[in-house]
Design a protein around this ligand. Structure first.
Ligand code: F6P
Length: 549
């Protein structure tokens, strides 16, 4: 590894030495040697329980990791975030999503301004607006109550609210349907609009910038659909918006009373706590949203005040760093064993990978830590029957995160029994493996195929039930974990320059599709890109070959 102040730190080097000297230690032996391992390496925080004992760590490992966090000035970094300092240095912005769930009195400041009055006023407006929509007093242009909500957004303006709304589906008893549209493939919006009544439909255009191509494209289709059915004047009664770009929302035809602000100190992937949660509030009611904020607020207080050795986001973040940097694990599998949490891997993918998928440190030098892992996953026990084979027997070790609620929507009973038996058994199998001794009765030629190395790390998170409060806690836990890892790796977790190049290139390519294009957009392109454009042009422009490519 390159020499860098990070890797030259005594704590880093001690961890490297520790990893080398403990490489051969098997989790089976760690459990056998210490009957209290579970008790010492698990943690309760309100309704959330974390078992990290099935990671390849000892108390010595945790001690060294805590020392690493201390020497990376984690405490000061955490204080800087809560104080609204410009920790997003490449965009020169504060990172203050924690203010969005601050329900206490008092101030929180960014750029010398107390942001709380604006946040509180927006919450009040959201409450009134959503109560009116839910109660049927806020109607469409023809006077019909709203029965269908279509959220148009992408990335953080889509994944967070979609996950929360889906997880809380069993609380949505007001008969209002909810659809999320993000993809510019027309098939998605056509599916969302099929069979619904324009006069009873409210679109939410959720876009921090109000310029994102996919969102604006879909908003344009939705607008034309409303105008076609109800006339131009109806736009004002069938669209709401959430954005920092109030001017663009107004230009779209949305009255100021239906436009809810965001602030530039809220990153898209951290915005579900803001008015970006509008669809969730209409579906579940403001009380539930407030409980969602309360859960996150509880996690914020814990993260802000607990000492590092008693701090769940810190501990989980450090274990992630141990797995990535010292055990060479390239990925993390997120495995919710609860149908209601099935969309969690998608939200976490953006949260983690867009935040920490970086190769440059904040000081502009090349990153020396492995930085953010590849995050993937899927619901259990379905994924046991698809990709778990690799988790158990691939030479690549992929730490797993099991997540479940102890009570289902139907309480406890046979369904929970089957789910939880499978989940607990998977973490047990990954940990223990199956040795030659276990396979004594197996024909010798099959034994290698049927043996499992085990020693594969996993963490298990349990919540007592899926509720707005526990979801708030869970998502805030993940946000803070990402933050801590970014601090230790010395990267800026709050920009996303890596997604820009593709956007720019797409913009410059699109004109080359037109039949009339002279091919100027392709002049500087490689033969693969030009060839792909040519293949599409033939189909798009009626099967004729032309000279533009
Ligand atoms: O392109 C990435 C991104 O900027 C995300 O960070 C963001 O969540 C998403 O696009 C949507 O952006 P907006 O809310 O501005 O439409």
């Amino acid at each position: 590894m390159t020499e860098h102040p990070l890797t030259l730190l005594p704590a880093w080097q001690a961890l490297e030495a520790h990893a080398a000297s403990t490489r051969a230690v098997h989790l089976r032996d760690l459990f056998a040697a210490d009957p209290d391992r579970f008790g010492r390496l698990s943690f309760s925080q309100g309704p959330l329980f974390a078992d990290y004992s099935k990671n390849r760590v000892t108390t010595e490992t945790i001690g060294l990791l805590l020392e690493l966090a201390r020497s990376r000035n984690l405490e000061a970094a955490r204080a800087a975030m809560f104080a609204g300092e410009h920790i997003n240095i490449t965009e020169n912005r504060a990172v203050l999503h924690v203010a969005l769930r601050n329900r206490a009195d008092g101030s929180m400041t960014a750029d010398g301004i107390d942001v709380m009055p604006d946040i509180r006023a927006t919450r009040e407006r959201l409450k009134t607006f959503t109560d009116d929509v839910r109660g049927g007093t806020w109607t469409g242009a023809t006077g019909k109550p709203i029965r269908h909500i279509v959220n148009i957004g992408i990335g953080g303006s889509h994944l967070g609210p979609m996950f929360v709304a889906d997880a809380l589906k069993d609380r949505q008893k007001n008969g209002v349907s909810l659809a999320f549209v993000s993809n510019p493939d027309r098939a998605q919006i056509d599916e969302a609009l099929a069979g619904i009544d324009p006069a009873a439909t409210l679109f939410i255009v959720a876009s921090k910038t109000f310029t994102t191509a996919e969102t604006m494209f879909n908003a344009g289709i939705a607008r034309a659909w409303i105008v076609d059915a109800l006339g131009e004047a109806a736009v004002a009664k069938h669209f709401a918006a959430v954005s920092t770009n109030l001017k663009a929302a107004a230009a779209f035809g949305i009255p100021a009373s239906s436009v809810f602000p965001m602030w530039d100190w809220v990153g898209g992937r951290y915005s579900v706590w803001s008015a970006i949660g509008l669809a969730v509030i209409i579906a579940c009611g403001f009380e539930d949203f407030d409980q969602f904020l309360a859960g996150a607020e509880a996690m914020d207080r814990h993260f802000e005040t607990a000492s590092h050795d008693q701090n769940l986001p810190v501990i989980l973040a450090l274990i992630g760093i141990w797995n990535a940097d010292f055990l060479d694990c390239p990925a993390v599998a997120v495995l919710p064993y609860d149908h209601r949490l099935k969309l969690l891997p998608f939200h976490l993918q953006q949260l983690d990978m867009e935040s920490n998928g970086k190769s440059v440190m904040s000081d502009g030098t090349a990153a020396v830590g492995k930085t953010g892992p590849i995050v993937f996953g899927g619901g259990g026990s379905d994924s046991q029957h698809s990709f778990f084979q690799l988790l158990h027997q691939s030479p690549r070790v992929i730490p797993c995160e099991f997540i479940a609620a102890l009570r289902g929507a139907d309480g406890v009973g046979p369904s929970r029994d089957l789910l939880l038996a499978n989940m607990f058994a998977q973490s047990e199998a990954l940990m223990k493996g199956r040795t030659a001794a276990d396979l004594a009765a197996t024909p010798p030629e099959l034994a290698p195929h049927r043996s499992f190395s085990g020693n594969r790390p996993s963490t298990t998170l349990l919540i007592d039930e899926v509720s707005p409060y526990t979801l708030g806690m869970l998502l805030a836990l993940y946000e803070h974990r990402v933050f801590v890892q970014g601090v230790v790796w010395g990267i800026n977790s709050f920009d996303q320059w890596g997604v820009e190049l593709g956007k720019e290139l797409a913009k410059s390519l699109e004109p080359a599709f037109a039949a009339a294009s002279d091919g100027a957009a392709l002049k500087t392109r490689d033969s693969s890109t030009s060839g792909l454009v040519a293949a599409y042009r033939i189909v798009r422009n009626g099967g004729k070959k032309d000279g533009a490519t």
